[in-house]
Design a protein. Structure first.
Length: 172
Protein backbone atom coordinates (compact mmCIF):
# COMPACT_ATOMS: atom_id res chain seq x y z
CA UNK A 1 0.00 0.00 0.00
CA UNK A 2 1.33 3.46 -0.88
CA UNK A 3 2.04 5.76 2.02
CA UNK A 4 0.29 9.14 2.15
CA UNK A 5 3.70 10.76 1.99
CA UNK A 6 4.48 9.06 -1.34
CA UNK A 7 1.09 10.02 -2.75
CA UNK A 8 1.58 13.62 -1.68
CA UNK A 9 5.08 13.67 -3.05
CA UNK A 10 3.87 12.33 -6.36
CA UNK A 11 1.07 14.89 -6.60
CA UNK A 12 3.22 17.87 -5.67
CA UNK A 13 6.37 17.05 -7.59
CA UNK A 14 5.06 15.37 -10.70
CA UNK A 15 1.90 17.37 -11.13
CA UNK A 16 3.46 20.65 -10.14
CA UNK A 17 6.85 20.62 -11.78
CA UNK A 18 7.03 17.86 -14.36
CA UNK A 19 3.84 18.83 -16.14
CA UNK A 20 4.99 22.43 -16.27
CA UNK A 21 8.37 21.58 -17.79
CA UNK A 22 7.48 18.54 -19.89
CA UNK A 23 9.27 18.73 -23.22
CA UNK A 24 8.21 15.66 -25.19
CA UNK A 25 4.85 14.34 -24.12
CA UNK A 26 4.11 10.86 -25.45
CA UNK A 27 0.61 10.35 -26.82
CA UNK A 28 -1.84 9.48 -24.04
CA UNK A 29 -2.45 5.82 -23.41
CA UNK A 30 -5.92 4.94 -24.72
CA UNK A 31 -6.59 2.81 -21.64
CA UNK A 32 -6.03 5.66 -19.20
CA UNK A 33 -8.03 8.87 -18.84
CA UNK A 34 -6.22 12.08 -19.70
CA UNK A 35 -4.97 14.37 -16.93
CA UNK A 36 -7.96 16.69 -17.40
CA UNK A 37 -10.46 13.82 -17.21
CA UNK A 38 -8.84 11.95 -14.33
CA UNK A 39 -7.87 14.83 -12.10
CA UNK A 40 -10.59 16.98 -10.57
CA UNK A 41 -8.31 18.56 -7.94
CA UNK A 42 -7.45 22.14 -8.77
CA UNK A 43 -3.67 22.55 -8.61
CA UNK A 44 -2.01 25.78 -7.62
CA UNK A 45 0.39 27.53 -9.98
CA UNK A 46 3.47 26.42 -8.05
CA UNK A 47 5.93 28.54 -9.99
CA UNK A 48 3.97 31.72 -9.34
CA UNK A 49 3.26 30.92 -5.70
CA UNK A 50 6.84 29.89 -4.94
CA UNK A 51 8.23 32.84 -6.87
CA UNK A 52 10.97 30.89 -8.66
CA UNK A 53 13.57 33.01 -10.41
CA UNK A 54 14.32 32.39 -14.08
CA UNK A 55 17.57 30.69 -13.02
CA UNK A 56 15.68 28.40 -10.61
CA UNK A 57 13.16 27.55 -13.33
CA UNK A 58 16.01 26.65 -15.67
CA UNK A 59 17.54 24.42 -12.98
CA UNK A 60 14.23 22.62 -12.46
CA UNK A 61 13.78 22.29 -16.23
CA UNK A 62 17.26 20.74 -16.58
CA UNK A 63 16.60 18.37 -13.68
CA UNK A 64 13.35 17.22 -15.24
CA UNK A 65 14.95 16.75 -18.66
CA UNK A 66 17.65 14.57 -17.12
CA UNK A 67 15.18 12.64 -14.97
CA UNK A 68 12.50 12.08 -17.62
CA UNK A 69 14.18 9.20 -19.51
CA UNK A 70 15.08 7.51 -16.22
CA UNK A 71 11.54 7.88 -14.90
CA UNK A 72 10.03 6.71 -18.19
CA UNK A 73 12.20 3.58 -18.06
CA UNK A 74 11.32 3.01 -14.39
CA UNK A 75 7.60 3.29 -15.15
CA UNK A 76 7.89 0.84 -18.06
CA UNK A 77 9.71 -1.56 -15.76
CA UNK A 78 7.01 -1.10 -13.12
CA UNK A 79 4.18 -1.75 -15.60
CA UNK A 80 5.95 -4.85 -16.95
CA UNK A 81 6.60 -6.15 -13.44
CA UNK A 82 2.98 -5.57 -12.50
CA UNK A 83 1.82 -7.40 -15.62
CA UNK A 84 4.20 -10.32 -14.93
CA UNK A 85 2.98 -10.61 -11.35
CA UNK A 86 -0.62 -10.57 -12.50
CA UNK A 87 0.16 -13.32 -15.03
CA UNK A 88 1.92 -15.38 -12.34
CA UNK A 89 -1.06 -15.08 -10.02
CA UNK A 90 -3.66 -16.01 -12.63
CA UNK A 91 -1.71 -18.60 -14.60
CA UNK A 92 -3.47 -21.88 -15.36
CA UNK A 93 -0.71 -23.70 -13.48
CA UNK A 94 0.36 -21.61 -10.50
CA UNK A 95 4.11 -21.73 -9.83
CA UNK A 96 5.24 -20.40 -6.44
CA UNK A 97 8.79 -19.70 -7.67
CA UNK A 98 7.55 -17.60 -10.61
CA UNK A 99 5.16 -15.78 -8.28
CA UNK A 100 7.97 -14.99 -5.79
CA UNK A 101 10.34 -13.85 -8.55
CA UNK A 102 7.62 -11.64 -10.06
CA UNK A 103 6.77 -10.19 -6.67
CA UNK A 104 10.43 -9.40 -5.99
CA UNK A 105 10.79 -7.69 -9.40
CA UNK A 106 7.69 -5.60 -8.71
CA UNK A 107 9.10 -4.53 -5.33
CA UNK A 108 12.42 -3.57 -6.93
CA UNK A 109 10.66 -1.64 -9.69
CA UNK A 110 8.53 0.24 -7.13
CA UNK A 111 11.61 1.06 -5.07
CA UNK A 112 13.43 2.37 -8.15
CA UNK A 113 10.51 4.61 -9.16
CA UNK A 114 10.17 5.93 -5.59
CA UNK A 115 13.92 6.57 -5.40
CA UNK A 116 13.77 8.67 -8.58
CA UNK A 117 10.79 10.66 -7.28
CA UNK A 118 12.45 11.34 -3.92
CA UNK A 119 15.74 12.32 -5.55
CA UNK A 120 13.84 14.75 -7.76
CA UNK A 121 12.06 16.25 -4.77
CA UNK A 122 15.40 16.58 -2.99
CA UNK A 123 16.85 18.33 -6.03
CA UNK A 124 13.95 20.79 -6.09
CA UNK A 125 14.26 21.33 -2.35
CA UNK A 126 17.95 22.24 -2.77
CA UNK A 127 17.03 24.89 -5.34
CA UNK A 128 14.50 26.67 -3.13
CA UNK A 129 15.37 29.57 -0.87
CA UNK A 130 14.30 29.33 2.80
CA UNK A 131 11.26 31.54 2.07
CA UNK A 132 10.26 29.45 -0.95
CA UNK A 133 10.70 26.28 1.10
CA UNK A 134 8.38 27.66 3.79
CA UNK A 135 5.74 28.42 1.10
CA UNK A 136 6.23 24.94 -0.37
CA UNK A 137 5.71 23.34 3.04
CA UNK A 138 2.52 25.37 3.51
CA UNK A 139 1.25 24.13 0.13
CA UNK A 140 2.05 20.55 1.04
CA UNK A 141 0.04 20.88 4.24
CA UNK A 142 -2.82 22.58 2.42
CA UNK A 143 -3.09 19.90 -0.27
CA UNK A 144 -2.19 16.90 1.89
CA UNK A 145 -4.56 14.02 1.17
CA UNK A 146 -7.02 13.26 3.93
CA UNK A 147 -8.61 9.85 4.60
CA UNK A 148 -11.56 10.91 2.42
CA UNK A 149 -9.16 11.80 -0.42
CA UNK A 150 -9.66 15.56 -0.10
CA UNK A 151 -7.14 18.25 0.83
CA UNK A 152 -6.61 19.29 4.42
CA UNK A 153 -9.74 20.73 6.04
CA UNK A 154 -9.54 24.41 6.98
CA UNK A 155 -8.90 25.32 10.58
CA UNK A 156 -11.01 27.88 12.43
CA UNK A 157 -9.05 30.71 10.73
CA UNK A 158 -9.78 29.37 7.24
CA UNK A 159 -6.27 27.96 6.73
CA UNK A 160 -5.14 24.37 6.46
CA UNK A 161 -4.72 22.35 9.61
CA UNK A 162 -1.27 21.24 10.60
CA UNK A 163 -0.34 17.61 11.09
CA UNK A 164 -2.46 15.73 13.60
CA UNK A 165 -1.24 15.93 17.15
CA UNK A 166 -0.56 12.83 19.17
CA UNK A 167 -2.76 12.52 22.19
CA UNK A 168 -1.12 13.29 25.51
CA UNK A 169 1.35 15.85 24.17
CA UNK A 170 1.49 19.45 25.31
CA UNK A 171 3.53 20.90 22.48
CA UNK A 172 2.23 21.94 19.05
Amino acid sequence: MLSPRLVLLTIVVLAGFTSVFAQDNPPPDATRPSAEQGQKIKRPDLLRILGLTPEQMQQVRRMNQQRKPLMDAAMVRLRNANRALDEAIYADNFDEAIFQASLKELQLAQADAARLRFLNELGVRKILTPEQLARFRDLRRKFAPQPDGQGAPPDDKGGPQGPPRRSGTDHP
